[in-house]
Design a protein. Sequence first.
Length: 230
Amino acid sequence: MSIRMNYQRIRAEIPGEVSIVVAAKTRTVEEIRQAISAGATDFGENYVQEAVEMHRALGEAASQVRWHMIGHLQKNKITKALRTCDVLQTVDSLEKAAAIDKRVEATGRAIVPVLVQINIGNEESKAGVVPEAHEPFEPYMEGLVRDISQLKHVRLEGFMTMGPRFGDPEDSRPYFRRTKALFDRIKEMGLPNVNMTCLSMGMTNSYRVAIDEGSNMVRIGTAVFGDRKG
């Protein structure tokens, strides 16, 4: 099927309140244009330089959609990320959040929405806050969120997680469930400057299970574009 048909099929099959972030990693300008034409409103980039180059290539079309940083964000790339991405989904420490906070005004923005990335499966190959490194984890996350809420130019809007990648997406269910429970716990705290509205979890192989467990934002690439070439 075409990119248009793939996107519109997915959009039709999942609840309207669930946002789709189309994962743009390694995709061509023409592929992104086709996705925009199909109705996609949000795109995710893994690398800041790829985001910069895609904006340049798309021209005016880049401003028609929202851009999310969904890959690991290095501190020396923060300023460029702030100039190209509307949402930073991969904040993994107070240090990273504070570094973003210091650079926001210089880019002409007042506030930047961020998500805290949680490495819920304790995987060495993935970034994010690692539960087993901060046990008891839930109280640790409460403290981290309180600290981030004190920053002037950063607004915490939720959590992001990948969850371990299994052959059977059902195996991801308990990890998504734990992330949702933590999301709800933090939301109930009602902290100022914290707007827990976004739970970003689930990708092409697991988005259906993630939605079952409370995700309201999924990050999908292969199911929209097909397998990457090469």
